[in-house]
Design a protein around this ligand. Structure first.
Ligand code: F0G
Length: 482
């Protein structure tokens, strides 16, 4: 998106697309939202979409498709084996990333399952700049452990560091020394680092980290699920690369890695995933896992329609007009809230606006899930569904004690090309209201706690009648019907 200039005020983000198909939204009154929240066990994953006004849970599988993507879905080649749709996708990925071999899988975590199954043994270490929930769960399930080596500054909430997702190279060398290179299953670097606020990684960091891995004979894997946001930030923040095309930057990054995987629910704006492999023998060593877990090697659990749509989506991910929409809207939202005094993760990252719950509701102790409580308050006070990205999203330690997250975040995701600026203004307004009433928010406790990935299916309750009181205050300001 070029920065469109305005005659009588500072630029605001302008959509570089127009709306062709819409989905009607409904705003339930606050009293009904309170009922729905209780039924959902104070877990926003358990809400029904029809009861939500602004669904900002995720940017995964809910991005708007383009007319060209939809057109692609009309001409797929349906076949169990040898589908031409798959070959079109594989060729497009080779054109973009320069990797010849492609293992399709139905979504990102399926790729993570395949990689972990192939490389992780009990006691193995997987090095990461930062973990993603499912990536880590597959590794620990197999008896491995994860070492997160993001630079310390990456975990500082408010900052002006342009690339907060960079791995710390000294920590990387020290970790390899401690673990022994043979015990490191692989190094996984995540573009657009999700759990620290969608923060990008610099090209230099990718290069330096991969060089160290190569020197020690350690396989390097790029999680490219959020690469499109990362590419946008490189383009605008990296002086050395401002004249390079998005495709050239993509290739420079890809060339560092042995393998790349992604969730096409994000990268490609459709629903699917794949692992790309440079080396033929490595590819064959994982090949059998695709028919076992996913489906035949030319569909990998995906619909051929989605394969056609994402093939177009990959091209669109290389277009600055397309990939700048999300980050610009997010920056607009983050800057306005930060100006009001709301503690936000800065600089604004990709995939969503991230609220620093540990400061926002600093009176709620970490064992009562401050980010979990705040995300519920946003639903109660506006019908906005965000996602908890804090201690609730962690697994407990082996001895059953809580593993406190290093950051307590509420993510308000901005699925790509979905929302308009007036909807973002609505969200800003309601977050400000909640901020001004933050002392009314209390904690949560589990009533049903699953052993793994508890944030998906767990049920909680409020530790007091704070939800009722908060809703009463909200109605006093906005009326019964909002
Ligand atoms: N890697 C990253 C960086 C992700 O953000 C995700 C998913 C995955 C892998 C797994 O991909 O969902 O297709 O299985 N992130 C979603 C989110 C779930 O809401 O942030 P998946």
């Amino acid at each position: 998106m070029p920065a469109i200039k305005f005659y009588d005020h500072e630029p605001i983000p302008v959509e570089m697309h127009k709306v062709k198909i819409v989905q009607q939204l409904h705003l339930l009154p606050a009293d009904q939202r309170l009922v729905k929240m209780k039924e959902a066990g104070f877990n926003t994953f358990q809400l029904h979409n029809g009861d939500i006004f602004m669904d900002m849970l995720t940017d995964s599988g809910v991005n708007a498709m383009s007319d060209h993507m939809l057109a692609g879905m009309m001409t797929p080649d349906d076949a169990y084996a040898g589908s031409e749709s798959f070959f079109r996708m594989r060729d497009k990925l080779e054109e973009i990333f320069g990797m010849k071999y492609c293992l399709p899988a139905h979504q990102g975590r399926a790729c993570e399952n395949i990689l972990a199954t192939r490389f992780v043994k009990p006691g193995s270490c997987v090095i990461m700049n930062y973990h993603f929930t499912t990536a880590k769960a597959h590794i620990t399930r197999l008896g491995g452990h994860v070492e997160e080596l993001v630079k310390d500054e990456g975990l500082v909430s408010q900052s002006d560091l342009p690339f907060k997702g960079d791995i710390d190279l000294d920590k990387l060398e020290a970790c390899i020394e401690k673990e022994g290179a043979d015990n490191v299953a692989f190094m996984r670097l995540e573009a657009g680092t999700n759990l620290i606020g969608g923060q990008p990684v610099s090209v230099q960091s990718f290069k330096d980290a991969c060089a160290i891995a190569r020197k020690h004979g350690i396989l390097s894997v790029l999680d490219a699920s959020l690469l499109q946001d990362n590419l946008y930030f490189i383009k605008i923040r990296d002086e050395e690369r401002k004249d390079m095309s998005v495709r050239e930057i993509t290739r420079e990054i890809a060339d560092q890695f042995d393998m790349i995987y992604f969730s096409a629910r994000k990268f490609g704006f459709a629903r699917g995933g794949a692992i790309l492999v440079r080396d033929e023998d490595l590819f064959h060593s994982m090949e059998d896992l695709v028919p076992m877990f996913e489906g035949f090697l030319t569909y990998g659990g995906m619909s051929v329609r989605e394969i056609e749509a994402m093939t177009v989506g990959f091209d669109e991910s290389m277009d600055m007009d397309v990939i700048s929409h999300g980050p610009q809207f997010i920056k607009y939202c983050v800057d306005k809230l930060a100006d009001y005094g709301v503690p936000m993760i800065t600089p604004a990252g990709g995939l969503g606006a991230h609220v620093d719950a540990s400061t926002f509701v600093s009176h709620i102790p970490q064992q009562e899930y401050p980010a979990g409580a705040l995300v519920c308050a946003f639903y109660l006070c506006g019908g906005i569904r965000g996602m908890e990205r804090g201690t609730l999203s962690e697994e407990r330690n082996a001895d059953g004690s809580e593993r406190f997250a290093s950051m307590e975040l509420v993510r308000l995701a901005l699925p790509r090309r979905v929302f308009t600026l007036s909807q973002v203004e609505y969200v800003i307004d309601r977050v400000k209201w909640v901020y001004d009433h933050r002392d009314m928010i209390g904690g949560l406790r589990f009533v049903h706690e699953p052993a793994t990935l508890r944030f998906f299916t767990g049920k909680l309750e409020a530790t007091s009648d704070w939800p009722e009181k908060l809703v009463a205050a909200y109605k006093a300001d906005f009326g019964e019907d909002q």
